[in-house]
Structure formats: structure tokens, C-alpha cells
Ligand binder design. Structure first.
Ligand code: ASP
Length: 584
């Protein structure tokens, strides 16, 4: 037997016991008469004591232990004289009577401490060492617990875990597919699933009634922000359900996870907010509701005073930052710079400072009287001491810039604490999105999303106005999951493909299997998928999902540890019947 205990479990009650521990040398301290070694494993850290007086030889070998050596130590549990109450084993130490070096280690390329000296690139290259660090390891352990609790909840609700294939045909989530060449069928390719969307719908046709899978999905996207080329979804589908059945079931999952993982209880139902309301009030389809600061439209009341910027604008809107009326010139300049960043896209910023003495001062004073400003302040429900920030321009861009400005102020004013969670469902998304460039409609969610029954008639006459029976779960401004009630009627599915600009032949070629299946009794069904990595990152209080994935890829999609993607040999290419163009 290698060990009797782990490095995380011995307490004062165990004093006097003979034990054997195994682990890695975190660090050692040589104090002349005594040498202390911190021994680490997955469960924690235990202090080992080597005493010069009682065992000189042993103490000398302990002094020679290097960082990350793997050792086995036998000894007696003793009460520590100077206790470390920050760790669970901090009241005891092991007085070692025998030491066995199980393996040596080269000096690691960075210190395996919380406060490591290793930069991102180096830690990723040696990810297996990075994973020894407590915070990274804890994220992975947390991930395991979230998966376990998810399974527990879904199992008890009658969901069946069914695996779906990874080598499939193109799926419709709107990203680029990863493809895999077929050796047996030269010149043809499999696609990796962007999600198991069509397969889970087929399982409903098969009568499985409730399906789930914690599953890898693959999307070949340029990596903006915090994305991974391969990521994990909690993918679910249910039969004989309407929207609210799905929302209730998965609100239950969300509440279960919050309770079990974070100890947070939600007694109220989650807010259900139509997309149009989210866009109008927050400029965003994933509003962060930890704070108010709603956007209000001022278009009508600011026009007609000769101020070109407002007069020519399609939309003028504002937010009111409570208590910021004393912002300095420097601070308002910073906000102006912020909204003018190319990725935010506003042309400028007009502000109104509402002094605590009740006076109103604006950066557009030239054009507006104090009465005008008073009217705006009234519309904004501003109080003395507040700051009104106004943006103007094209409606979509301006709302989105106001949304960014609102979040920026939320950060500046500490209105977005990481330990407070405000979930909501955003519902009634538009079914279709118009794309100027290709002048055609795209499915906002995917082409199997059902229109709201009352909007079906608009499909032929005014497709842009059709609302989808789709929903997203949003928490703290992050989209955690999304799904929809599906089309289960072959006729409506065909109509949908037509509106999306597919010829019947194209629809048949790409999704014939689904249209066929729908001819054999498809039940009404709907489902949802959650971004598992993102959910774990949120529970872990991490901004980046990368920290919650054991072996992630970097921002340019590379695995620097495996050193991939990489070239393959000429023989392999020949076997696959593939020639590389412009090989470097
Ligand atoms: N397949 C969808 C997605 O990956 C989720 C769903 O509609 O169930 O976003």
C-alpha cells in the first residue's frame, strides 16, 4: 500500500497515529536543526517534519529533495507548535520516520504556486504542471461537480443520456464546420457537429421523449473574446412540450445547480423578458440585471433646436448614472473616448450634469435652454447629483453603444459584483435576421426553430416581423444557454427553408434525413443547450472559460502543449487523396 491517507485529511484528532503519505514536494524549508517539507496532492498540503536530533541521516536526505519530487513519507501525526489555520491540515505535521523517493523531477519551468512566475504561454505549454496549481485544479474539480449535479437533476427528471456521433454531416448553427476527410470514400468529408441539433430531434421522432448529453461541439470560428473551437454543451430535448414546460424544467436545473454548487437559493421565478424589451431598455439581448440604469429614448424631445447631431439622428437615447453629476472633465472625456472606440462605434457623447444644487449643465448648452434640459432630466427620472449620458445616431449602433456604456459604468460604479447572480429568460426572439451583404434572411437561432403560432401567417408576407418560439437563459449579462420549440411539421419546415432561400433540392440535400423523419410522426418537441464551460467559469468566478478546461487551446486555436494543428505526412495525405495547395 503506497499510502494510508491523503495530504488533505489529517487533523488534530489524528495526533499520535502512524501514517504514510505520498505526494509532490511543494517546497522545503531548512531551519538547521529541522527541515520542513510541504507535501502536496490533489486533496491538500501536509507539513512534514524532519528532525536533525532524532534522525540525522533522514534529515540530510530531506534537505536534498527538489521541488516536485514524488515522495512517500512514513511518520507520526503530531500537533504543530505554530499552527496555520488557513489550511485544513494546518494544526498538525508528520514527524517523518522513513522517506522514499518515488521519482525525481527536473526543476519545473515555473513555480507551482498560486502566485506563479509562469506566463500564460509557458503554463499552457506545460499545462500538466499548471494543473497542479490549486486554483486551476479546483476549477477542474468544480467542473466535475457541476457535471455530476447536472446528471443527477436530469436523471431524476427522466432524461436519458444518449451519445450521438461525432463524424456527421454539416449542422446548422451558423458557424463554419470542421471537416474530416474520409479515406474510404476519397474526396468526401465528414463534418464535426456544431451541436447535435438534428440528431436530438431525430431521437424525439424515435420516441425517447427526454434526451440529454454533456457533449463536445465544434465550431470553426475566428476566436473573438472567450471562445474555444471545441467546447462542451449540456444538450437537451423534450417531447410533447410547450415553451413554458421547457423553461420550467431548465429553470429547475439552474436553481438546482446554484443551490448545490454555490449555496444560492432562488425562491422567485426567473424574469421572462421579451427580446424587444431587452433591446429597448438595455440595448442588448443579454442584459445584465444586477443593476438598473435603463436606456431611455429621447429622439422626439431633443429634435428641432438646431443641433445637427441630434436632428439628423435616427435614434437618440440616454442612460442616467446616479451620483456621477460631479464627474470631472477628465472622467467625461474618458467616457467619450470609450464610446468612440471602433468596436463601440459611437461618434461622440453628450452629457448633462445635474448639480446637487439643482442646476443642469450640458455639453450641448449652446443649443438647449435650461427648460429643455429639465425636460430631459424628467424623462430620465434623474435626481440632483446624477449624470445623463446621451448618444445619437443609427438606431442599432446607438443602442448597442449605450449598452456598452451602461456596462462600463456598471463596472466603474461596482454595480456588477461577482458574487451576485441575476438570471432571466429572454424570450420571443425574431425568427429571422436580414443580412444586407447577401440580401437574404438567416435564421437567428437555427432553421428548425418554430415561429410563434400567431406569427406563422407573416412568414409569407413580412418574414422580418415573425417572432420565434425561442429563448435564452441569461445570467449577469452572459448567455448561458439557448433553445427553442422546434418545427415538427414538414410543411412549415419546408416553408422555413424557402424563406431562408434554400431551393427544395438544396433543403433535400442538406436536411433530407430530417424532412424524411418528419413524415413518420414527429411529436411536438423543443429543447435547449447550455454552454457548460461558461457555466462552470461563472461558478468559478472566472472571466475566461479557458481556466475551466483541462487542456484548452489558445486564442489562435493552437494547442501549444501538443503543438497542434500540425502538418501530416505525405503518405497520410496520399492515403486520404488530398493535395495541399501552396504548401509552405
Ligand atoms: N443547438 C442549439 C445551439 O447549439 C441549442 C438548441 O436549440 O437546443 O445553440
Amino acid at each position: 500500500m503506497y499510502r494510508t491517507n491523503t495530504c488533505g485529511e489529517l487533523k488534530l484528532d489524528d495526533a499520535g497515529k502512524s501514517v504514510t503519505l505520498c505526494g509532490w514536494v511543494q517546497k522545503s524549508r531548512d531551519l538547521g536543526g529541522m527541515t520542513f517539507v510541504d507535501l502536496r496532492d490533489r486533496y491538500g498540503i501536509t507539513q512534514l517534519l524532519f528532525n536533525m536530533d532524532t534522525n540525522r541521516e533522514l534529515c540530510e536526505s530531506a534537505r536534498k529533495l527538489g521541488r516536485e519530487f514524488v515522495i512517500q513519507a512514513e511518520g507520526i501525526v503530531r500537533e504543530r507548535s505554530s499552527k496555520n489555520l488557513r489550511i485544513p491540515t494546518g494544526e498538525i505535521e508528520i514527524e517523518v520516520t522513513s522517506l522514499n523517493i518515488l521519482n525525481r523531477s527536473e526543476i519545473p519551468p515555473f513555480t507551482i504556486e498560486e502566485d506563479t512566475d509562469g506566463g500564460e504561454e509557458l503554463r499552457m505549454k506545460y499545462r500538466y504542471l499548471d494543473l497542479r496549481r490549486t486554483s486551476v485544479r479546483n476549477n477542474i474539480l468544480l467542473r466535475h461537480r457541476v457535471a455530476g449535479e447536472t446528471r443527477k437533476y436530469l436523471d431524476s427528471a427522466g432524461f436519458v443520456d444518449v451519445e450521438t456521433p461525432v463524424l456527421i454531416k454539416s449542422t446548422p448553427e451558423g458557424a463554419r464546420d470542421f471537416v474530416v476527410p474520409s479515406r474510404m470514400h476519397p474526396g468526401t468529408f465528414y463534418a464535426l457537429p456544431q451541436s447535435p441539433q438534428t440528431l436530438k430531434q431525430l431521437l424525439m421522432v424515435s420516441g425517447f421523449d427526454r434526451y440529454y448529453q454533456i457533449v463536445k461541439c465544434f465550431r470553426d470560428e475566428d476566436l473573438r473574446a472567450d471562445r474555444q473551437l471545441e467546447f462542451t454543451q449540456i444538450d437537451c430535448e423534450m417531447s410533447f412540450v410547450e415553451r413554458d414546460d421547457v423553461l420550467d424544467t431548465f429553470e429547475g436545473l439552474a436553481k438546482h445547480l446554484f443551490l448545490k454548487i454555490k449555496g444560492v437559493e432562488f425562491s422567485e421565478p426567473f424574469i421572462r423578458m421579451p427580446y424587444s424589451e431587452a433591446m429597448e431598455n438595455y440595448g442588448n439581448d443579454k442584459p445584465d440585471l444586477r443593476f438598473g440604469m435603463k436606456i431611455k429614448e429621447l429622439t422626439q424631445i431633443v429634435k428641432g433646436r438646431g443641433f445637427g447631431v441630434f436632428d439628423s439622428a435616427e435614434y437618440v437615447g440616454a442612460i442616467c448614472a446616479a451620483g456621477c453629476g460631479d464627474y470631472s472633465r477628465k472622467q467625461t472625456d474618458e467616457l467619450t473616448e470609450f464610446v468612440k472606440r471602433p468596436q463601440i462605434g459611437a461618434k461622440g457623447l453628450v452629457y448633462v450634469k445635474y448639480g446637487t444644487d439643482g442646476t443642469l449643465k450640458s455639453s450641448a448648452d449652446k443649443f438647449y435652454s435650461p427648460e429643455d434640459l429639465k425636460l430631459w432630466a424628467g424623462r430620465m427620472e434623474a435626481e440632483p447629483g446624477d449624470l445623463i449620458l446621451i448618444l445619437a445616431g443609427e438606431r442599432k449602433i446607438t443602442l448597442s453603444a449605450l449598452s456598452e456604456l451602461r456596462l462600463e459604468l456598471g463596472n466603474r460604479l461596482n454595480l456588477r459584483p461577482a458574487d451576485r447572480f441575476v438570471p432571466l429568460w429572454v424570450v420571443d426572439f425574431p425568427l429571422l435576421e436580414w443580412d444586407e451583404e447577401s440580401s437574404r434572411f438567416f435564421a437567428m437561432h437555427h432553421p428548425f426553430t418554430s415561429p410563434k403560432p400567431e406569427d406563422i401567417a407573416l412568414m409569407e408576407t413580412d418574414p422580418g416581423r415573425v417572432r420565434a418560439n425561442a429563448y435564452d437563459l441569461v445570467i449577469n449579462g452572459v448567455e448561458i444557454g439557448g433553445g427553442s420549440i422546434r418545427i415538427h411539421d414538414a410543411g412549415i419546415q419546408k416553408l422555413m427553408f424557402r424563406v431562408l432561400g434554400f431551393t427544395p433540392e438544396q433543403a433535400e440535400e442538406q436536411f433530407g434525413f430530417l424532412l424524411n423523419a418528419f413524415r413518420y410522426g414527429a411529436p411536438p418537441h423543443g429543447g435547449i443547450a447550455f454552454g457548460f464551460d461558461r457555466w462552470v467559469a461563472m461558478f468559478a468566478g472566472q472571466d475566461s472559460i479557458r481556466d475551466c478546461i483541462a487542456f484548452p487551446k489558445n486564442n489562435s486555436g493552437r494547442d501549444v502543449m501538443l503543438d497542434t494543428p500540425a502538418a501530416i505526412s505525405g503518405d497520410q495525405l496520399d492515403e486520404l487523396n488530398i493535395a495541399i495547395k501552396n504548401r509552405k
